[in-house]
Design a protein around this ligand. Structure first.
Ligand code: FAD
Ligand code: NDP
Length: 516
């Protein structure tokens, strides 16, 4: 392997070992205390924290363009093609709804309003680019060596890198953290899927509106993207193979999809696409079948865009992991890790989306990265706690939750051993606006035994993430139903409804909140 020796990237090789050095008997001096492969949520957090604790750190981040050719900068999925552009576009859609309400609050708009995709996309992309720059500056300030290089393992202490000009380099490190995240999948047996489809890697970087769009897949990404597109006034269809939001509380999932259906997203339930074909007009003809139907009668429609939201695959190809002894899960392809994020090679760690069994969420990748850095620097022995991680689905009706779904609580404790408190409430801002509040709902799942420890909190309504963040903390501190009832609310808010909840499902009483 040729050592990379160009200009400012010149690397002094201090390590003398190579593949022949036995793993787990590391003694030689290395270029770095820590090399992180992947500069996304987890990798950046880990490298910055380690450097702040006095470690000599390098982070490698390299973005392979999407199938369609979309490229972006430093910061990983969340910053460039995930949380950030998604939430900004979600906000744009929410603003559209607010404009619909505004007349009833006395605003006089000059005429019919319309949305301009190009303006939104440009603003979002400019902001994302400012974040790319911000991350570079932070790395520099903290003396983390940033290399825009694609990394792979040479052995347990050696990382081989390749930059965009095809130049090779070698780094050695005492510890290595793999934080390479994942990329969207395409369906394998649908002709035209890769050729004509886009994914979330492309959507937020489109310069022109995607137009009439078919979104395939009904988990976080599918629902959120379909919600944004509908909210921006685009003709949007969502194709659901089985259920929406698999693994989430299904009563809550039905409220979310019910609200989307009522607000203009077309749903094809129990269907899968069979082909995508480009017509001479440039439109895409999609054919699909119903999963359950014995006679597979094909149906079809034409769209401007087809967005695949059928899950994500870990980005491990080319990292040379099995060759150096890092074990991958045979089903998911993710890296097998212990509770301390250690892989099957003792000085190689994996965090974030690429690690098996971890939630695919930015805050968990960030926290895991920081805690790992502290342990590697010998400053702490604290492990990441992956229990009771809160999350929010940013659909037009937002859904936030923490802890167990009603179904999981039933499975774990038995139906007779849980108590479910619930309430249908009306956000104050929905009243004058005459908005339908039938999907605004709260569910608190508790143990039935005397202390009534809270096992799960579920909330649909405006700003669900903001509402749940504090409650999620209290749940981690062992919140009981009695404590929730003792809490003093903040009036008038949606969050206070959680402190007033008192109707059990078991009672069969009407759970609609009336009055203050
Ligand atoms: P990533 O952020 O994916 O970073 C990995 C980096 O490593 C990338 O830059 C990649 O290019 C680079 N890389 C890969 N291979 C190599 C290599 N060989 N050498 C060098 N670099 C390499 N989470 C939330 O908490 N809230 C949300 O609202 C939310 N919204 C989302 C919306 C969408 C559309 C998507 C797709 C995801 C969303 N997520 C959200 C999930 C969140 O983005 C991920 O969980 C998070 O980014 C994972 O961080 P990571 O560090 O594991 O990997
Ligand atoms: P998921 O794996 O969660 O869901 C994939 C969806 O695609 C499911 O609905 C699945 O249906 C469907 N599907 C899979 N294969 C096919 C196929 N061949 N044809 C039709 N449908 C198919 O992936 P996502 O990409 O939605 O989310 C990935 C992760 O990203 C999430 O787990 C989440 O952690 C993170 N994320 C977080 C967000 C947030 O915090 N707000 C937002 C977005 C992403 P079925 O159920 O039938 O298998």
């Amino acid at each position: 392997m040729a050592a990379f020796s160009a200009g400012r990237h010149r690397l002094k090789r201090l390590c003398t070992f190579g593949v022949q050095i036995p793993r787990r008997h590391f003694t030689a001096e290395c270029d770095y205390d820590l090399v992180v492969i992947g500069g996304g949520s987890g990798g950046l957090a880990c490298s910055k924290e380690a450097a702040q604790l006095g470690q000599k750190v390098a982070v490698l981040d390299y973005v392979e363009p999407s199938v369609r050719g979309t490229r972006w900068g430093l910061g990983g999925t969340c910053v460039n093609v995930g949380c950030i552009p998604k939430k900004l576009m979600h906000h744009a859609a929410v603003l559209g709804l607010a404009m619909e309400d505004s007349g009833r609050f006395g605003w006089r708009l000059p005429g019919p309003v319309s949305h301009d995709w190009a303006t939104l996309a440009q603003a979002v992309q400019n902001y994302v680019k400012s974040l790319n720059w911000g991350h570079r500056v932070q790395l520099q300030d903290r003396r983390v060596k940033y290399l825009n290089v694609k990394g792979r393992l040479g052995d347990a202490h050696t990382i081989a890198g390749l930059d965009s000009r095809g130049r090779e380099m070698t780094l050695t490190a005492k510890n290595i953290v793999i934080a390479t995240g994942g990329r969207p999948k395409y369906p394998t047996h649908v002709p035209g899927a890769r050729e004509f489809g886009i994914t979330s890697d492309d959507l937020f970087w489109l310069k022109e509106s995607p137009g009439k769009t078919l979104v395939v897949g009904a988990s976080y990404v599918g629902l959120e993207c379909a919600g944004v597109l509908t909210g921006l006034g685009l003709d949007t269809t969502l194709m659901v193979r089985s259920v929406a939001l698999r693994g989430f509380d299904q009563q809550m999932a039905r409220l979310v999809t019910g609200h989307m259906e009522a607000h203009g997203t077309r749903f094809h339930w129990g269907c899968v696409p069979t082909s995508v074909e480009k017509l001479p007009s440039g439109l895409l003809r999609v054919k699909w079948v119903e999963v359950e139907r014995v006679e597979q009668e094909e149906r079809e429609d034409v769209f401007d865009s087809v967005l695949w939201a059928v899950g994500r695959a870990p980005d491990t190809a080319g990292l040379n992991l099995p060759e150096v002894g890092v074990q991958l899960d045979p089903d998911t392809g993710k890296i097998v890790v212990a509770t301390d994020e250690r892989t099957t090679v003792s000085n190689v760690y994996a965090i974030g989306d690429v690690a098996e069994g971890r939630p695919e969420l930015t805050p968990t990748a960030v926290q895991a990265g920081k805690l790992l850095a502290r342990r590697l620097a010998g400053q702490s022995s604290q492990l990441m706690d992956y229990e009771n991680v809160p999350t929010t689905v940013f659909t037009p009706l937002e859904y936030g939750c923490v802890g167990l779904s009603e179904e999981s609580a039933e499975r774990r404790y038995g139906r007779d051993n849980i108590e479910v408190y619930h309430a249908f409430y009306k956000p104050l801002e929905f009243t004058i606006a005459e908005r339908d509040a039938s999907c605004c709902y709260i569910k608190v799942v508790c143990e039935r035994a005397s202390a009534q420890r809270v096992l799960g909190l579920h909330f649909t309504g405006p700003s669900a993430g903001e509402v749940l963040q504090g409650f999620a903390l209290s749940l981690r501190c062992g919140l009981t139903y009695a404590q929730l009832q003792d809490a003093v609310g903040i009036h008038p808010t949606c969050a206070e409804e959680l402190t007033k909840i008192h109707i059990t499902k078991r009672s069969g009483l009407d759970a609609t909140v009336t009055g203050c």
